[in-house]
Design a protein around this ligand. Sequence first.
Ligand SMILES: *Cc1c(COP(=O)(O)O)cnc(C)c1O
Length: 398
Amino acid sequence: MDAIARRAGTPCYIYSAAGILSRYRAYDEAFGAAPHQVFFAVKANSNLAVLALLAKAGAGFDIVSGGELFRVLKAGGDPAKVVFSGVGKTAPEVEYALESGIRGFNCESEAELSLIDSLAARQGKKARAALRVNPDVDAETHPYISTGLRENKFGIAMEEVEAVYGRARRFQNLILDGVSCHIGSQLLNSSPLVEALDRVLELVERLRAAGTAIGHLDLGGGLGVPYEPGDEAPSIGAYIERICERVKDRGLELMVEPGRSLVAESGLLVTRVLYRKSNGTKEFIIVDAAMNDLVRPSLYEAYHEILPVKRDPRRGTAKVDVVGPVCESGDFLALDREVANLLPGDLMALATAGAYGFVMASNYNSRPRAVEVLVEGASWRVVRTRETLDDLIRGESV
Ligand SMILES: *Cc1c(COP(=O)(O)O)cnc(C)c1O
């Protein structure tokens, strides 16, 4: 980390290829011989090198925008292994997806089915789709990342969904042969996911009884990772085996869309200490990374473990707020945290930053976005250069 930070500068995101691949294989191998496909949720980390790594390993991709499809194609992803999710797909995005030959759409309203049907007709194609149902289970996670409750904007309510499948038979250019759901993110207990699966399996049986052929079931993502000491996350293998057990012998292809659990633990944000400061009662460590680089602490009160890049026990620890240079009181990376007593010039790493880290970065305060580095075996390379001042004003005019 020290060598990378000296060459690439800070703040710097560092990803481990081996870490990402080991999690992908944990998913893929746990399915065994059961018909399945793992779709990486691109929104968690959309760097081209990360996508290329997963594409080469055989992953499919879950996208939520035309921009993400563009990235997947640029990274060498197979469009036949892309599913398009999200509540607000636009007509140009649907056209782009149809032209690219993606595998299918996870749809969230009847109006969306109708749009896809008419655009597919114009291209002389048949689009494959699943309806995203809202199983109304409590994911027991942060309200901002809970999506499976009736009050959320996502999916179609269980009571309405059968009628929608029935009416969808009128669409000539749409093959509605799947059911999907995604109940939330950062679940540290897989039971709500299994409960959602059970509700969806009952729905599949009812739909089949009513004459709708259902060939695949997409359980979405959501598996959590340990951020804080004491967090216990479900094992990927145990979770997949648990759901396979319930789905086997039903003639269903099982699909999952993990984001966080594939990449979070394989990423660090490395930052350098700029200043130490005390305001009477409070101690601050001011670093060169800020909420524009990693917004999770400000947005979700998320916890990222803070590690000194060089351990020196003689330094001791200090209880501090770790803050960045952005002009907001909400700009912090940690509050009231006992951390290594780092001094100006020292390097600090924020752990578990491989998911929803760089992808949520912004240029707020006109700060160029950080550099991204991929470590493969004993070597490393820059996979996105640090933005320049000219990048900041690209497309603007006086
Ligand atoms: C965000 C999202 C995912 C990935 O969620 P994780 O919690 O990162 O695994 C999967 N599917 C859909 C539809 C999503 O919106």
